[in-house]
Design a binder for this molecule. Sequence first.
Ligand SMILES: [Zn+2]
Length: 171
Amino acid sequence: MFKHKVFVIDAAAIFTKYVLQLTFPLYTTPQIVNEVRDKKDQEVLETIRITGRFTIRKPSEKNIRKIIGLSKDMGEFSSLSEADISILALALDLIDEGKKPVIITDDYTVQNVAKSLGLSFQPIRTRGITEIRKYIILCPACGYIAQDETMKYCPKCGHKLTKKPIKTSQA
Ligand SMILES: [Zn+2]
């Protein structure tokens, strides 16, 4: 059912700010949150936290073991980080609860394991070609990224903002 659709996000969904375009309830794990150390990325986390539709949850041991076992059978275990395993296991937990999770990830190993479990996933960059702007408005002094493209000066340090092109993959 459409109403039970939720997104399980990996760290790339935060680093790229793609998460700000998602409208359904969001889930992730403490392992993913631990990867978010940069101040700008923590601000993105804080932004989605404020919306009240963001849940950080540890996956069950049962489904962690299931992911480890399956990925070993597939020969993918060594390519998976603890954080990768955690979001795959969390997606299985959500299915057990009757939800329809979609994993947001660009990681091919995560996608591969998800596919073999029948889990839905959605890449970031391939969608980004049509949905993400081809440039960002950036402060060259402090690294602030403006959401509003009409802004001229950095609200943090007052430096003049510049337009910076984003590399997009055509693959
Ligand atoms: Zn600045």
